[in-house]
Design a binder for this molecule. Structure first.
Ligand SMILES: Nc1ncnc2c1ncn2[C@@H]1O[C@H](COP(=O)(O)OP(=O)(O)O)[C@@H](O)[C@H]1O
Ligand SMILES: [Mg+2]
Length: 273
């Protein structure tokens, strides 16, 4: 249903745009309806850029994004996004946050309340409708952000390191919650994480990106049976897959770090090559 074809993105740098940086280079991916696909890769390899392109927040330099054969060009109501931070408005209550997009779309107050309540219930925040996000923990804020995205009923949800700021226990619990929500809604999810355990806990497939310019180095099927509970994480199959992904990622991460430290290619020489 979601199809990425030969996606590339080059950023111009500086005022005159004379040097460029290739963030994405020839990304191909087909995601089936209801699939959960994780993307891992070194810092700076283009994961967020990929989501910005899919979400229509920035134009691809080349290639296209289709949903059910229909091109995405610009922000699209079929796509919802959840980010790591700044996901909730601190000046609005929980229910106002969740209902925000509906209000923007001119949905009636009664319907807004009903749909927002339903989503607040789904993410396990019943009773906190009138609380302010500033009174809630990081994990609860991310639940609000998830509810706010789900309420718009998107076909595809892009989640960019949504649990990156959470501690490990919270991350595990909210990961399990996300799996339950995913089952109940049948949503299609693309999920960026730097946590390999999390990728294996959650996804049907895991795409490993190379260091910049971002390409898919490999895409691995995750056949570990669901439901995956805490015991699953101590099985041999789980650890084998984590190990395999780590091996794939390690050399790319090293390259990524060298790039960040400017020890190898510079933006200018990249443009020349
Ligand atoms: N708006 C932009 N202008 C110029 N370069 C950018 C911009 N956004 C990202 N980049 C560069 O593109 C590369 C990929 O960035 P990003 O997609 O944020 O990576 P990731 O999310 O994998 O850490 C990085 O080298 C980054 O510096
Ligand atoms: Mg990023």
């Amino acid at each position: 249903m979601l199809e990425l074809r030969n996606l590339s993105k080059t950023y111009g740098l500086g005022d005159d745009r004379t040097s460029t940086i290739v963030a994405l280079d020839g990304i191909d991916l087909t995601v089936e309806e209801g699939e959960f696909v994780s993307i891992i890769g070194p810092t700076g390899c283009g994961k967020s850029t990929l989501f910005e392109v899919i979400g229509g927040l920035t134009d691809a330099t080349e290639g296209r994004v289709d949903i059910d054969g229909d091109r995405v060009d610009g922000p699209d109501e079929r796509i919802g996004m959840v980010f790591q931070d700044h996901s909730t408005f601190p000046w609005l209550s929980v229910i106002e946050n969740v209902a925000f997009g509906l209000r923007m779309n001119g949905v009636s107050k009664a319907e807004r309340r009903e749909r927002a309540h339903e989503m607040i219930d789904l993410v396990g925040l019943s009773g906190f409708e009138d609380a302010s996000p500033t009174e809630l923990s990081g994990g609860m804020n991310q639940r609000v952000a998830i509810a706010r995205t789900l309420v718009m009923d998107p076909d595809i949800i892009l989640m960019d390191e949504p649990f990156g700021a959470l501690d490990e226990q919270t991350r595990l619990i909210i990961g399990n919650e996300l799996l339950r929500i995913w089952r109940e809604t049948g949503a299609t999810i693309l999920f960026v994480t730097h946590n390999i355990n999390e990728a294996v806990q959650l996804s049907d497939r895991i795409a490993v990106m190379s260091a910049r310019p971002g390409r898919f180095k490999t895409i691995v099927d995750n056949d570990i049976p669901r439901p995956r509970d805490d015991d699953t994480m101590s099985t041999e199959a789980f650890n084998d897959l984590v190990q395999r992904l780590w091996t794939e990622l390690k050399s790319e991460s090293r390259k990524g770090m060298e790039q960040q430290e400017g020890r190898t290619v510079t933006a200018g020489s990249e443009a020349d090559s």
